[in-house]
Design a protein around this ligand. Structure first.
Ligand SMILES: [Zn+2]
Length: 336
């Protein structure tokens, strides 16, 4: 055990990992998409375990997050710090020996395509479109994709392994993913920690080369009703699946969608191509709009609605659920 850093000695003593496994972890890099409750929980475990991460999230910290999103503080919510920034600062304070490469962005194929080599993709998102995008991205790169989902006290885990069906697209019509969200049905923190722990342990197994130990079944847990299921899903392969059977990857297309409704929040995201925030700050101030500036965003009010502009050109329009209304308000403020 002499060549294992002090901080990892208990983990390396575990027979499943060992000094060799610990050294493997140090050489691996994982992409984690989404830094809500799941993303916060799984990133905390993996960074402590010695795994370097690329983390990405499109949102900022709010007070309603604090009940379950364990990386964030009241100050982060008061400052409306982007989750990628708040998470990265906290994770690096936990472990400076790993790399945490943080991005404030809405994940798209355009964003994923230029990424360097990664070993595994973790799903901590809240929507089906992004999950299918990550499913296709991982299949195309021939790396595992660890799907996870929680709502209420109910959670699911499934690992899509390269070269082995079914993939998430095959399972989609069998999974209860549409309908209820954390905003409508709520969520309790323990199920998040449970599902995140399953993701973390499968990540450790894969990265240390213990592939034979990996769980191949779909795991379902209802912590409130005391029910759990482990389902063999091999027979659910869709033989016409364009992702795992035809290698066509229908989600790997340039993003033409200019707007998105954020999960259950009365917030519409509008995309603009911009050249930095400085010019727009001047423009808004010339129009006598009071603008609050942070290192990452510009924020102002327009017709009673809060508008938040990120450096990558996304504007979050609060208090609306109609994309046309949101686009019209952004046009009024920033021009077409
Ligand atoms: Zn498939």
């Amino acid at each position: 055990m002499t060549d294992v850093p002090e901080r990892y000695k208990r983990q390396a003593r575990f027979h499943g990992i060992g000094a060799e496994g610990q050294n493997e972890l140090a050489m691996k890099r994982v992409l984690l998409v989404g830094l809500g409750a799941l993303g916060a929980a799984v990133s905390d475990q993996l960074v402590r375990a010695g795994v370097s991460l690329i983390i990405v999230d499109r949102d900022y910290v709010e007070v309603t997050n604090l009940q379950r999103q364990t990386l964030y503080t009241e100050q982060d919510a008061a400052d409306e710090t982007p989750k990628a920034i708040a998470a990265s600062e906290r994770l690096q304070a936990i472990n400076r020996d790993v790399a945490v490469d943080a991005h404030i962005a809405d994940v798209s194929w355009d964003w994923l395509r230029p990424l360097p080599h990664i070993d595994l993709v973790l799903d901590a998102t809240d929507n089906v479109e992004t999950r299918l995008l990550l499913n296709d991205f991982a299949l195309e790169r021939e790396i595992p994709f660890l799907f996870a989902s929680c709502v209420g006290a109910y959670g699911m885990n499934y690992t899509v392994m390269p070269g082995q069906a079914p993939c998430l697209r095959c399972l989609m019509r069998h999974l209860p993913l549409a309908g209820q969200t954390c905003a409508t049905a709520g969520v309790v923190a323990p199920i998040v920690q449970h599902v995140a722990s399953r993701q973390a342990v499968e990540t450790l197994k894969y990265l240390t080369g213990r592939h034979e130990k990996m769980e191949r079944r779909l795991l379902i847990e209802d912590m409130w009703e005391n029910q759990s299921q482990r389902l063999d899903v091999e027979r659910l392969v869709d033989v016409s699946c364009p992702s795992c059977q035809q290698q066509e990857y229908p989600s790997l297309v340039p993003n033409r969608q200019q707007t998105a409704l954020l999960c259950g929040r009365d917030v519409v995201q509008v995309r603009r191509s911009i050249d930095g925030l400085d010019g727009l700050l001047d423009q808004l101030r010339r129009a006598e709009i009071v603008v609050k500036q942070t290192p990452f965003t510009l924020e102002w009010r327009w017709r009673g609605h809060r508008m938040l502009l990120f450096k990558d050109g996304r504007v979050l329009v609060h208090g609306v659920d109609d994309a046309h209304v949101a686009v019209a308000m952004v046009d009024e403020c920033l021009g077409r």
